[in-house]
Design a protein around this ligand. Structure first.
Ligand SMILES: O=C(O)CCC(=O)C(=O)O
Length: 270
């Protein structure tokens, strides 16, 4: 059902370790993308309609401290969601993606570990005209969604719309995952990594983007007439610990059969 090109070739492994990100073109089939798009729209609608199951997992645009009053008023009128987490608890329509063995296999090769855990799946909506920016950050130790005391995890972006510079595509500083830890932690404003300017991750539905948790990234607001929805998936090496206040967010839907099957498919044969 989901097609994929070769899981990972040597040059992609090298690109990921030097640049801190990797775009895999046409990893997911058009049919599967259409299903995911429909499922995302349904969840978005449930959030707009104040569905009581979805509300605890939703952050609305008007709740974000960094949006302008005008954006906030527009978004409030339609009760527009920004972020929905815990996706496997709210819909089964994402199961085949979350348990996709070639995704797990690729993560396993990039992390060089055969024992992985599922962390979370979220939807980040940047609706046309009012989609908010995502501030510059790195996921390791600085992210509100899920952050660990170890950086042995990966964030995977699955664009459900075309992402480009006009509708707030994610941007990264290539190589910034390799700057000294102290400089990164203090967010020193000197050059990040090997590249002094951010690189826009232009991509299309069907592509996937994998980023190193230490890479500095963010995205601009969406002022275009096109929506921009990002499906985020996080996988990490088995047995990582999360700072206490975030444990609520862990293991959403972890006990799903598909996830367990994908996880055990990585274990070396006895
Ligand atoms: O969707 C985006 O623009 C960025 C998402 C992001 O920064 C993250 O998942 O850490």
């Amino acid at each position: 059902m989901i097609s994929h090109n070769r899981i990972l070739c040597a040059s992609e492994g090298i690109q990921f370790s030097t640049q801190g990100f990797l775009i895999k073109k046409n990893f997911i089939s058009p049919d599967s993308i259409s299903r995911l798009q429909r499922a995302a729209e349904k969840l978005e609608q449930r959030a707009c309609d104040n569905d009581s199951t979805v509300i605890p997992y939703t952050t609305y645009i008007h709740q974000l401290p960094w949006v302008t009053t005008e954006t906030s008023l527009h978004a409030k009128k339609r009760n527009t969601p920004y972020f929905i987490e815990g996706i496997p608890l709210l819909s089964r329509s994402f199961d085949s993606l979350i348990s996709l063995k070639c995704l797990w296999e690729m993560a396993s090769r990039l992390l060089q570990n055969r024992q992985l855990s599922y962390h979370n799946t979220c939807l980040l909506f940047k609706p046309a005209y009012i989609g908010p920016k995502v501030q510059w950050h790195r996921d390791f130790m600085r992210n509100n969604i899920l952050s660990f005391t170890s950086s042995r995890f990966l964030r995977i972006f699955i664009p459900l719309d075309r992402f480009d510079q006009h509708n707030g595509a994610p941007m990264v500083y290539p190589g910034s995952h390799r700057i000294p830890e102290r400089a990164a932690f203090l967010r020193l404003k000197h050059r990040y990594g090997t590249h002094p300017f951010p690189h826009t991750l232009s991509c299309s539905p069907g592509d996937i983007v994998i980023i190193n948790p230490k890479i500095r990234h963010g995205s601009g607001p969406n002022r275009s007439a096109r929506n921009r929805t990002n499906l985020l998936l996080q996988l990490g090496t088995y047995g990582m610990t999360v700072p206490g206040s975030q444990s609520r967010e862990l293991w959403f839907g972890m006990d799903r059969t598909g996830i367990k099957a994908a996880q055990s498919s990585l274990l070396p044969a006895a």
